[in-house]
Ligand binder design. Structure first.
Ligand code: PFF
Length: 432
C-alpha cells in the first residue's frame, strides 16, 4: 500500500487553524459580538470554547485518527452538512473577493455610509459579479487542494496564516491610534452581566461550533493526516487558542474604529462590509487599509474552504476509483453549483422561485446549518467517541503526556455533559 502523506507537526496545527480561522472570526465574530452586547458575549464565548469547543474538537480528532468503525455512515452524513455549509460559505467568500476588487479599483472610497449600504445591496443581489467571484473563489480553492496535503494545503497554510497575523496586527496598531478608540476596547472587554440571556448563550455556542469547524468531519479528516505521535488534545488546544486569538484580534482591529467614528456596532452581517469601508474612508491611508482588510478576509476564507474541499476530495478518493484531480473537480463543481444557487436566490430576478420553506435558499442553508447541522454534528461525534469507541483508548489518546486526568475529564464532558446540552439545543433549533 502507498505510504500516506502526512502533515508535519507545525503544518498540522497551521492547517487545522487555517480551517478554523475564517469568516467566522473576521466577519461573524465581530458582528455577533456587536449584536450581543460586547464583553458579555466574549466572556460566554470563551467559556463555550473551553467547555464545548476543545472537547468536541479533540473528539473529532480522535475519530479521524481511529476511523469510524461501525459508525461508517457518520463521515458521509457529516460531509453532507459540510457540503451544504460550503454552498453558503462560498457566497460570502465571493463577497470578500468582490470587495477586494472594489477596494483596489477605489469604487468604495469616498462614499457615504448610505451609499456604501447600497453597494452592499448591489454586491449581494446582483447576478453576474457575485457569480464570477464565486467561480474565482472555488477555482483558487480547487487549485490549492488538488496539489495535495503537503505541497498544497500545508504550504499554503504556512504562508497565508503568518500573513494573516501580520495584516491583523497592522490594522490593530492603526485602530489604536484613532481618537476615541478606548470606548471600543471597553465595549469588547468590559462585560455587562445584565446582557447575559439564554439567547446570548445559544448564540455564543453556535459561534463556537462555526468558528472551530466542528461536527462536519473536516477536523477529523485533517487529524487522519497527522503523525501518530502528534498529541490530539495539545493540538486541539493550540488550534482553539490560535482561533480565539484571531477572533479577539479581529475585534481589536474593528471596534476601536467603529466607536471612534460613532458607528452603531449592532448592524449585523453588514458590519464589516459597510461600516468598515465607511470607517476607512475617514482615515488617512484608508485606501490601503481597506485593501489589506479585504485581503485578510480572502486569505482567511480560502484557508477554510480548502479544508472542506479537501475533506470531500479525500472521501471521494477513498471510496471511489477517482484520481485526486477528478475527485477535487467533482467536489469543487458540486460546491460551485450549490453556491451559485444560494447566491442567485438573493437576486431580484430569482428570489421568487429559488426558495425553500418560504426562505431564500441562502437563508434556508444558513438556518439549517447554524440551528441544526452544527449542533447535530457535534452531538453525533460526541456520542460516537463517548459511547461507541473504547473508553480506555479514548482516555489514552486524549491525555496530555502523563496527565491522564485531562483525558478522563474530556471523556466525561464528551460522554455526558455535551450530549445533554446539545440535544436541548437541537430541539430548541427545531422549535424556534
Ligand atoms: N471555521 C470556519 C470559520 O470560522 O470561518 C467555518 C467552518 C469551516 C465551519 C469548515 C465548518 C467547517 F467544516
Amino acid at each position: 500500500m502507498k505510504e500516506k502523506t502526512r502533515f508535519g507537526a507545525l503544518g498540522a496545527v497551521l492547517a487545522a487553524a487555517g480551517s478554523a480561522v475564517g469568516l467566522g472570526n473576521i466577519w461573524k465574530f465581530p458582528y455577533m459580538t456587536g449584536e450581543n452586547g460586547g464583553g458579555a458575549f466574549l466572556l460566554i464565548y470563551l467559556v463555550c470554547i473551553l467547555l464545548f469547543g476543545i472537547p468536541i474538537l479533540s473528539a473529532e480528532f480522535y475519530a479521524g485518527r481511529r476511523g469510524y468503525g461501525r459508525w461508517r455512515w457518520l463521515e458521509p452524513a457529516a460531509l453532507l452538512s459540510a457540503t451544504i455549509f460550503c454552498g453558503f460559505y462560498f457566497v460570502i467568500t465571493g463577497w470578500c473577493f468582490h470587495y477586494l476588487i472594489l477596494s483596489i479599483t477605489g469604487a468604495t472610497s469616498a462614499l457615504s455610509p448610505a451609499a456604501l449600504s447600497e453597494v452592499f445591496g448591489g454586491v449581494t443581489s446582483e447576478v453576474v459579479m457575485p457569480c464570477l467571484c464565486i467561480v474565482l473563489a472555488v477555482s483558487i480553492t480547487a487549485l490549492i487542494t488538488v496539489a495535495g496535503i503537503k505541497s498544497g494545503i500545508e504550504r499554503a497554510s504556512k504562508i497565508l496564516m503568518p500573513l494573516l497575523f501580520i495584516i491583523l496586527i497592522a490594522l490593530i496598531i492603526y485602530g489604536l491610534t484613532l481618537p476615541g478608540h478606548r470606548e471600543g476596547l471597553r465595549f469588547l472587554f468590559a462585560p455587562d452581566f445584565s446582557k447575559i440571556t439564554p439567547t446570548l448563550i445559544i448564540n455564543a455556542l453556535g459561534q463556537c461550533f462555526f468558528t472551530l469547524s466542528l461536527g462536519m468531519a473536516v477536523m477529523a479528516n485533517y487529524a487522519s493526516f497527522m503523525e501518530p505521535s502528534q498529541n490530539l488534545t495539545r493540538t486541539a488546544v493550540h488550534v482553539a487558542g490560535l482561533d480565539t486569538i484571531v477572533a479577539i484580534l479581529a475585534g481589536l482591529a474593528i471596534f476601536p474604529a467603529v466607536f471612534s467614528l460613532g458607528i452603531d456596532p449592532t448592524q449585523g452581517p453588514e458590519l464589516v462590509f459597510v461600516t468598515l469601508p465607511s470607517a476607512f474612508n475617514h482615515i488617512a491611508g484608508g485606501y490601503w487599509l481597506q485593501i489589506l482588510f479585504f485581503l485578510l478576509m480572502v486569505i482567511a476564507a480560502v484557508t477554510t474552504t480548502i479544508s472542506i474541499v479537501q475533506t470531500q476530495t479525500d472521501w471521494l478518493e477513498t471510496h471511489t476509483r477517482l484520481s485526486r484531480r477528478w475527485a477535487t473537480f467533482i467536489a469543487a463543481f458540486t460546491d460551485l453549483l450549490l453556491a451559485l444557487f444560494c447566491s442567485l436566490s438573493l437576486t431580484n430576478s430569482c428570489a421568487d422561485y429559488l426558495t425553500i420553506a418560504g426562505m431564500s435558499i441562502y437563508d434556508a442553508a444558513d438556518w439549517l446549518v447554524s440551528k441544526i447541522l452544527f449542533p447535530a454534528g457535534g452531538l453525533l461525534f460526541s456520542l460516537y467517541v463517548g459511547w461507541i469507541c473504547d473508553p480506555a483508548d479514548v482516555v489514552n489518546e486524549l491525555s496530555l503526556g502523563g496527565h491522564r486526568a485531562i483525558g478522563k475529564t474530556l471523556l466525561v464532558l464528551i460522554r455526558y455533559v455535551i450530549p445533554l446540552v446539545l440535544i436541548l439545543i437541537v430541539i430548541f433549533g427545531f422549535l424556534g
